[in-house]
Design a protein around this ligand. Structure first.
Ligand SMILES: Nc1ncnc2c1ncn2[C@@H]1O[C@H](COP(=O)(O)OP(=O)(O)OP(=O)(O)O)[C@@H](O)[C@H]1O
Length: 354
């Protein structure tokens, strides 16, 4: 069952927090709403859930307009950041709650609760109370509870936000595998880019009450449509360059931005974006087209080695990511002189100053 929110507007106290937002979660997809705090993700999710009313716009369940349906009639499951489990009820009763509200017969309730506890791999927890479980286990039970009444859509609002990094990562993989098994259409709110990319089939990047870009994780990461998306989706160096005669120059260094109207016809200043892994580093100025600098810091922890280089000629810090092999073979240290060359670069609309 696909779900669509069309041209949603919402104001709080006169301030528009959603400004004509359209999003779609195709049948069986796991879609992430990704954006910084205050971009309107939760408000949009609550409107889809029927917990908040939009000023204008429509919510559709497949081809049915459900804009005026109550939250209860929408039959969607929710999982929130802060464990929404009832403290005074056992795990069994928590999972059974939505079924009892719907007056399921007792035997069906029992069968369904046990089925779900098996699904979330916590069958032995039925008699426990929420306080007797870890945060990660509680969120799995919260998901079991949301799934119990067989909803067509699951809405998750920062479900792992309150957990520590390691548990969060485990739960992400778990959620992804879980989703691959059951394919319930799901919308997942997060402000964590890594989380969105690891879990979702589609990512919708929101900012300031609008959708900036929607697509697969690879599409939005590799082809960001604007500066906001570029900056939001990972670390990036921003170079202030000059457009001149079809060239994009940082001093004498030409930025390999490819062809396009901006470069062909533009002049004046323009920001150019280069991800740390799109820069090469060497001890000599082999290509000639490189930025001279001094290594100020090296962080070798992780799958890439993060090198910070001070480019004196331009008065800027440049972040370069290199492989551990390259780091070892160069025997790179702080204070070494290096030459940094861009392998590829990206330019958006220029900031004309003429
Ligand atoms: N009930 C409300 N009354 C007034 N303002 C609200 C209400 N709910 C949300 N807002 C405001 O709407 C804006 C969007 O909030 P929302 O919670 O949707 O953003 P978000 O992207 O989910 O942020 P976060 O990641 O911090 O939860 C914020 O400026 C917030 O203060």
């Amino acid at each position: 069952m696909s779900i669509t929110a069309k041209n949603i507007w919402k104001r709080f106290d006169g301030k528009a927090v959603l400004r004509g937002v359209t999003v779609e979660a195709p049948t069986g997809a796991l879609v992430a709403l990704l954006g910084p705090s205050g971009s309107g993700k939760t408000t949009l999710l609550r409107i889809i859930a029927g917990l908040e009313v939009a000023d204008s716009g429509a919510v559709q369940f497949h081809d049915d307009d459900i804009t005026r349906h109550s939250a209860r009639d929408r039959n969607m499951g929710f999982v929130f950041q802060h464990y929404a489990l009832f403290r005074h009820m056992t795990v069994f009763e928590n999972v059974a709650f939505g079924l009892r509200v719907r007056r399921w017969p007792e035997q069906k309730v029992r069968d369904r609760v046990h089925e779900l506890l098996n699904l979330v791999k916590l069958p032995e927890m039925a008699a426990r109370y929420p306080a007797q479980m870890s945060g990660g286990q509680r969120q799995r039970i919260a998901l079991a509870r949301a799934l119990a009444p067989e909803p067509k859509v699951i809405l998750l609002d920062e479900p792992f936000g309150a957990l520590d990094a390691q548990v969060r990562e485990e739960l992400r993989h778990w959620l992804r595998r879980f989703h691959d098994q059951f394919h319930v259409t799901s919308i997942f709110v997060t402000h964590d880019q890594e989380e969105a990319f690891e879990v979702a089939d589609r990512v919708i990047v929101m900012h300031d009450g609008k959708v900036e870009q929607a697509g697969t994780p690879a599409e939005v990461f590799e082809h960001p449509v604007n500066e906001f998306v570029m900056k939001f989706l990972g670390r990036v160096n921003v170079f202030q360059t000059l457009l001149k005669d079809g060239r994009v120059l940082l001093g004498n260094v030409e930025m390999p931005v490819g062809k396009g109207a901006v470069v062909e016809t533009g002049s004046g200043k323009a920001d150019v974006y280069v991800r740390p892994h799109e820069l090469d580093i060497g001890r000599t100025a082999d290509t000639g087209n490189c930025i001279r600098g001094k290594v100020v810091h090296i962080n070798p922890a992780g799958s890439v080695v993060k090198v910070r280089v001070h480019a004196e000629d331009f008065g800027l810090m440049v972040n370069v990511d290199i492989s551990p092999e390259k780091y070892r073979s160069m025997d790179l240290r702080a204070d070494d002189q290096v030459f940094v060359s861009p392998k590829t670069a990206k330019i958006f609309e220029p900031d004309y100053t003429i």
